[in-house]
Unconditional design. Structure first.
Ligand SMILES: [Fe+2]
Length: 389
């Protein structure tokens, strides 16, 4: 319903409601659709563009644009400006307080301008650059809890002048945009904190297991390449990166005598090492924001043919686990250990290809082998260094 309403509006170029004033029901429907979309689509880069397009429908005007405050200068720049003039407008930077938008940002309140050309605050260069003639304007501030983030402006009401009702509607939308931007900022902050904590955890693992130096970061970089090749969403890419970095976090529970051993492991020691899967699960289950990656970590030692640790096969193995398995195997095979000089670059690729559809997901092997990732890995200096013990 939400997407249907917005699609209808955006595909029509913002004119689905026609040049006549939209009805109250139309306005309410558009407003609800916009709110739902903005609250649920934190990752979509076109959210703001679609919202602005729909906003021009809401107040029935010829053009709408969104300007943000430059935190360093206090000036404004165009984030979204639609139509033929949009490209030109995006090159314009307003100084602090400049133009009607600058006035709104400074005073933090909505304004209706009935005759823009007579208003000395109008930044006429914008019209000159874009070839757009501004007759009248409605400008509202976009605010977060503590500051003005930008300005939403509607230009040239199709029938007559902007009303107080238009101002209320646009202001409500601007408040919604403010909330979404604040959530995005919090989300980015949270993600940065999570990456820092994960970085510390990875350092702890690598201190504990000297042969693992750089392993998690290299596996994460190979996974990134595979994930990109598969066209994973931004959200999935974040989780894949976290899962790759933490896939062996449980190694901290394996005794030093085993992780530091300079000779090949016995069968008994190997089964001790495999307990790291359970330890990983235990550690991750204590972190609320890492719950989603637990299955990826739990099944990263599965084989495509079902002969792995939990004997899951094929697509019953979570996708991220299958990706990590390929990346993990390639890195292990191209890293020297005191008891094993590794297979080298060509040997590792051959092993992956020989075992595609046996140990590994054949599509993922195909994607990885034909990507740039293993080629850049060849030049990675860490790969030819014996880990320091
Ligand atoms: Fe592992």
């Amino acid at each position: 319903m939400v997407n249907q309403t917005l699609d209808k509006i955006s595909k029509s170029g913002g004119s689905v409601l026609g040049s006549s004033e939209p009805s109250a029901v139309d306005k309410l429907e558009t407003m609800m659709a916009l709110s739902a979309m903005m609250n649920s689509a934190l990752e979509k880069s076109d959210v703001r563009e679609r919202a602005i397009l729909a906003a021009s429908n809401l107040v029935n005007c010829e053009a709408t644009s969104l300007l943000f405050v430059n935190e360093e200068t206090g000036g404004l720049y165009f984030d979204v400006a639609l139509g033929d003039a949009g490209k030109e407008l995006k090159t314009i930077q307003l100084e602090r307080g400049q133009g009607i938008a600058g006035w709104v940002a400074e005073h933090n309140k909505p304004i209706i301008i009935k005759d823009a050309q007579q208003d000395p605050r109008l930044y006429k260069q914008a019209d000159e650059k874009s070839g757009f003639y501004t007759r009248n304007m409605l400008c509202v501030p976009i605010r977060s809890n503590t500051t003005t983030l930008g300005v939403l402006q509607a230009l040239n009401k199709r029938n007559g002048a902007f009303s107080k009702e238009d101002a209320r509607l646009l202001f409500a939308l601007a408040n919604q945009i403010g909330v979404v931007l604040e959530n995005l900022r919090l989300y980015d902050g949270l993600r940065d904190t999570l990456y820092s904590v994960v970085g510390v955890l990875v350092d702890v693992i690598e201190k504990h297991d000297p042969y693992a130096t750089g392993h998690a970061k290299r596996v994460a970089s190979y996974c990134k390449s595979i994930g990109k090749g598969m066209g994973l969403s931004k959200h999935d890419m974040v989780n894949l990166k976290l899962a790759a970095l933490l896939h062996d976090v449980g190694m901290v529970g394996v005794p030093d005598a085993i992780t530091h051993k300079k000779a090949r492991l016995t069968e008994q020691e190997h089964s001790e090492v495999m307990k790291h899967i359970g330890y990983s699960e235990e550690i991750l289950s204590n972190v609320k924001h890492l719950q989603a990656i637990i299955p990826a970590v739990r099944y990263h030692h599965e084989h495509w043919n079902g002969t792995g640790y939990f004997q899951r096969a094929g697509e019953r193995i979570p996708l991220f686990s299958r990706i990590i398995a390929v990346a993990d195997a390639f890195d292990s095979m191209t890293t020297e250990r005191p008891y094993d000089l590794g297979k080298g670059y060509d040997g590792a690729l051959k092993h992956l290809e020989d075992n595609a559809g046996v140990l590994y997901d054949p599509d993922i092997v195909n994607l990885f082998v034909n990507s740039k990732a293993p080629h850049s890995a060849k030049r990675h200096p860490l790969l030819i260094q014996r880990p320091k013990v």
